[in-house]
Design a protein around this ligand. Structure first.
Ligand SMILES: *Cc1c(COP(=O)(O)O)cnc(C)c1O
Length: 230
């Protein structure tokens, strides 16, 4: 298992580095987040042992279990899925980055439940594809909410997160990433000083190279890492 996982990780890191260089950046300008939602604690541990310390989970319960079992590796946990407000109390204190800041009410709850000394790094999730089944702010909802969001002092808003449309393949994904970047550039000119929007969390296994070309600073990769690993 370890060999296959090591090869996969190596290949993904290589693609990240090449895509970063092609966009005029260095590999360390893009953070690889290993999404472990498909795998058990043992496989997650193997990934940590290979040096992938940024881990993403989309279900709170799984994050709790893994955070407890793997605490000795000090992973940086990234919450990437929708968080119900009744789960924030237990989840928020475990996090390094909250990617799925998808509503004002959730941000308020996250703010209230954060216990760290420094503010929690938080991204605003944008529903770029407009798919009604997806969570996130509509693109035009963010600017009017920025003052209220900036008042949540225990959160440090660092950027935007988004997912490409399910349909339309890589052509559509490229357009979606470009529009998230454009939205970020527009908002950056009009945001309060407390809010910086330097980070763009976008790109998954099938499209992270495209996301990096459009300026992603964090990519969330799951299935590519675990191909053939059982
Ligand atoms: C599952 C998931 C990923 C990883 O997807 P892969 O296609 O397996 O790389 C990334 N982001 C979010 C929000 C996810 O839920």
């Amino acid at each position: 298992m370890q060999t296959r996982l090591r090869d996969n990780l190596e290949r993904v890191r290589q693609t990240v580095a090449e895509a970063a260089q092609a966009s005029g950046r260095t590999a360390d300008a893009v953070r690889l987040i290993g999404v472990t939602k498909y795998v058990d604690i043992e496989t997650t541990q193997a990934l940590l042992e290979l040096g992938c310390l940024d881990l993403g989970e989309s279900r709170p319960q799984q994050l709790w279990n893994k955070a407890e079992a793997l605490a000795r590796f000090s992973p940086r946990w990234h919450m990437i899925g929708h968080l119900q407000r009744n789960k924030t109390k237990r989840t928020i204190p475990l996090l390094s980055v909250l990617h799925s800041g998808d509503s004002l009410r959730l941000l308020q709850a996250a703010h209230d439940d954060w216990t760290g000394e420094q503010p929690l790094a938080t991204l605003l999730e944008v529903n770029i594809s407009g798919d009604s089944a997806k969570h996130g702010f509509a693109p035009d909802e963010i600017e009017p909410a920025l003052r209220q969001i900036a008042a949540l002092k225990r959160l440090q808003i660092v950027g935007l997160m988004g997912m490409a449309s399910l349909e339309g393949g890589r052509t559509q994904a490229q357009k979606d990433f470009a529009s998230l970047r454009k939205l970020r550039d527009q908002l950056r000119n009009n945001s309060p000083d407390e809010i910086s929007l330097d980070e763009l969390s976008m790109g998954m296994s099938h499209d992270f190279d495209l996301a990096i070309a459009e300026g992603a600073t964090m990519v969330r990769v799951g299935s590519s890492l675990f191909e053939g690993v059982r």
